[in-house]
Design a protein around this ligand. Sequence first.
Ligand code: PAF
Length: 277
Amino acid sequence: MTLFHTIAAFRAWREEVSGTVGFAPTMGNLHDGHIACLKSAQINSDHSVVSIFVNPTQFAPTDDFAKYPRTLEDDLKLLEANGCSAVFVPSVDEMYPLGATTKVIAGSMANGLEGDFRPGHFDGVATVCLKLFQVVQPSVVAFGNKDLQQLRVIEQMIRDFNMPLYLEAVPTCREASGLALSSRNRYLTPEAKVQASQLNIGLQDTLQLVLDGVSPHDSEAKTTTVLERHGWAVDYIAVRDAATFQAVTSETTELTVLGAARLDGVRLIDNITCLRA
Ligand code: PAF
């Protein structure tokens, strides 16, 4: 496994190796969810690349950019053990040199949900992903389903910009309790971590209510109330058409229930999806 810190050094390697590259972009602090993305990127690719870059442009000034966990040594060991070919770990100056002011404005998939609660977040994600894709030149990119709206934003950018890329959607990795793996879980106290599975349970209950004929609005409201009673601060529980991210209609063939809520000040997101009978 080779480690690169500069675009020039990475490009020299990329020009030297023949064959296709599967790419999993990350912000580090890797867990099984990231490794599942790496594994997915490795299928049908001659080489696999992971980037580790905590991207400042996707954090709001009030967000946790400075305290985002940075665990490079452990991350590199994990990637090496999982057969990663190359790791790209640029500095902020390497990715955003002075004078680099062009930005991507994320498409309509960025509207609502996370887009409402994290204004500008998806523009930052789309911008850095475009820049990383330009450097890495992959033919496959792997993104986790856990950040479903992010995945849709990237899918839309790939389509809108005619990028010759295949996007692999990687299923969410979960603890036995159902809690979705996330770098933010490390901020949960042991007690809160036990309680955190309530978000996933809430999403499943919401889905069940909808399948039982309760309206999406009432199902969302019921779950919000239950979570709030358990001490959660709920940003949203939303039932959507999984393809359009719009409200469910008679045309909807796949439903998704997405949720974002804070427990003890730690903001968690999750979603579940199901085909409509
Ligand atoms: O999901 C993430 O870790 C980040 O948003 C990504 C895709 C690496 C872009 O910084």
